[in-house]
Design a binder for this molecule. Structure first.
Ligand code: DQA
Length: 150
């Protein structure tokens, strides 16, 4: 079974407790459960990983390269806006990458409008709460289907 990796970055372990106006009340564990369940429906083994440590995130992405992960869904939290290290790590992967955000980052502070991952991801989904993650998985599935057809 193909494997999809869902990556959560800095502060995202606090979903459910943090800033409900922007992030709702669903916990990270519940998001992960939804992703695993949707992945199963679509025929994927979904692994979820969260860290607050940038180097650990880079190392998880390096391992994904070795493991032949089929696609990556990433919400890197604030790293999205400034981490060239994570951006370069993602750039090593040859697989589809979908960037997701719970909140509509473009309707928030200016520093959130920039993603330093834009050139290495296939696309970005933001503003739909947990649905952003679900849409991210569907987008990755479509990309993988299209790859299979070519
Ligand atoms: C976020 C948006 C980021 O700007 C913020 O730093 C986060 C969460 C989101 O999911 O909406 O931590 O990635």
């Amino acid at each position: 079974m193909k494997k999809i990796l869902v990556l959560h970055g800095i502060n995202l372990n606090m979903f459910g407790k943090r800033d409900p106006e922007h992030y709702g009340t669903t916990t990270l564990k519940e998001i992960d459960e939804q992703m695993v369940a949707l992945g199963k429906e679509l025929g994927y083994d979904v692994e979820c990983f969260q860290t607050n440590i940038e180097g650990e995130m880079a190392e998880r992405i390096h391992r994904a390269h070795q493991e032949g992960i089929a696609a990556v869904i990433i919400n890197a939290g604030a790293w999205t806006h400034y981490s060239y290290g994570i951006s370069d790590a993602l750039g090593i992967l040859k697989t589809p990458i979908v960037e997701v955000h719970m909140s509509n980052v473009h309707a928030r502070e200016a520093f959130r409008h920039l993603s330093v991952f834009s050139h290495v991801v296939h696309g970005q989904i933001c503003g739909f709460g947990v649905t952003s993650y679900r849409l991210g998985l569907l987008a990755a599935h479509d990309l993988l289907q299209a790859e299979g057809r070519s």
